[in-house]
Ligand binder design. Structure first.
Ligand SMILES: Cc1cc2nc3c(=O)[nH]c(=O)nc-3n(C[C@H](O)[C@H](O)[C@H](O)COP(=O)(O)OP(=O)(O)OC[C@H]3O[C@@H](n4cnc5c(N)ncnc54)[C@H](O)[C@@H]3O)c2cc1C
Length: 347
């Protein structure tokens, strides 16, 4: 029986696990995830009657394969399409109607984390949360891999390992890997070369409704401290009637500069920006807030294919948006499906 270890439970890992489980029912898959949730950056939280996507805001229907996965293969109960438009704003905060929407923007009544939850639920994989992998070990005699977590527990041996963390975190794992192979250094270099952008997110709740013709505002000239503002109430099931919930994402430069500052001060500053951009003074004073720093939010490139291929020959597979080269949920999912196929074939 083949045994596979998966590091991370983002959407790409969930898709890879789903494919392997279907193609190789004899394979044993063990997933180790450092956080308490599934779905990685496609993340959802709940607070009372509120449900909000505080990482990725939606998944687009741009990939036919992913659209089919979400609407036909998986249960599409509770899948919601955000139909309101996305408007734009500039450096001065001036809002103008954006382009007509192209394709669907999906979430779920229960939030985007449903994608990973539904994929893993269709498999027999064992998923261990709050388990951070710190070391990868390769045994040259057997060709198998062992994963060691932060508590020193060893998992494996595995015939193959899938690495799903964002490129900078995968680089750290690879640098420290006990793996004597000519494939190692080129892989470390290729993954370390993938740049990532940072986003600091504020979530702002108000006990009143906002009457606006748009679902979200995006800063197109990239000169504003705020990159994105969206209204979770446009997603059915997320916000009770008569209330509003804004997700405000700061741009990369602002996020890096303020990353380690007092979160309350960051939230206040972003609420003031939101009030100015949306044009309603009341928005400067939310009655409840949440926040999240995403140090590794958006990939800005992809890793060279050659070193990734060479690692696969030794049973080490990388998957994620940074392998696909596009910081999008659908790109990560599609890449996970492909990684799962290659892995099933290579076992
Ligand atoms: C604020 C924000 C807004 C975004 N907006 C959109 C959007 O609107 N639409 C869109 O399509 N995309 C958006 N994206 C991008 C999208 O979220 C990502 O492209 C996609 O979710 C990446 O999925 P992934 O599986 O590649 O990686 P991830 O989701 O990063 O999954 C990696 C997993 O590995 C885990 N991990 C890391 N290190 C370890 C370790 N050592 N041991 C165990 N586990 C580990 C992490 O906890 C995580 O669960 C946004 C991202 C952010 C952060």
């Amino acid at each position: 029986m083949a045994s596979i270890g998966v590091v991370g439970a983002g959407v790409a890992a969930a898709a890879a696990t789903f494919v392997v489980d279907g193609a190789r029912p004899d394979a044993d898959v063990t997933v180790l995830e450092k956080s308490g949730g599934l779905g990685g950056r496609a993340a959802t939280r709940r607070h009372g009657a509120l449900t909000y996507d505080y990482g990725a805001n939606y998944v687009k229907s741009d990939s036919e394969r992913v659209a089919e996965l979400l609407t036909e293969t998986l249960d599409d109960d509770g899948l919601v399409d955000v139909t309101e438009r996305v408007y734009t704003f500039d450096e001065r905060g001036e809002v103008t109607p954006g382009r007509e929407p192209d394709g669907q923007k999906w979430s779920y009544r229960a939030g985007l984390t449903q994608i990973a939850k539904r994929l893993f639920a269709r498999t027999d994989a064992e998923v261990h949360r709050r388990t951070r992998v710190e070391t990868l070990r390769h045994d040259p005699e057997t060709g198998t891999w062992t994963l060691v977590d932060a508590d020193g527990e060893a998992w494996g041996p595995f015939d193959a390992v899938v690495l799903n963390p964002p490129a900078p975190q995968t680089t750290d794992l690879l640098r420290g890997a006990e793996w004597a192979s000519p494939a190692k250094q080129p892989l470390v270099d290729a993954v370390a070369d993938v740049p990532f952008r940072t986003i600091w997110t504020a979530v702002l709740h108000y006990p009143f409704e906002l009457d606006r013709p748009y679902y979200a505002l995006v800063n197109t000239d990239k000169e504003h401290a705020v990159g994105w503002i969206s209204r979770e109430e446009c997603k059915p099931g997320h916000v009770p009637d008569g209330e509003s919930l804004l997700v405000v994402q700061a741009n990369h430069e602002w996020s890096v500069e303020h990353y380690d500052e007092d979160p309350a001060a960051n939230v206040d500053a972003l609420a003031v920006h939101a009030a100015e951009i949306v044009g309603d003074d009341r928005l400067a004073e939310p009655d409840w807030t949440d926040h999240q720093g995403w140090r590794y939010a958006l990939t800005e490139g992809s890793a060279l294919a050659g070193p990734l291929d060479s690692a696969e020959d030794e049973g080490l597979y990388c998957t994620g948006d940074w392998v696909a080269g596009e910081a999008r949920v659908h790109a990560a999912l599609e890449n996970g499906l492909e990684a799962g196929e290659k892995l099933s074939f290579g076992l």
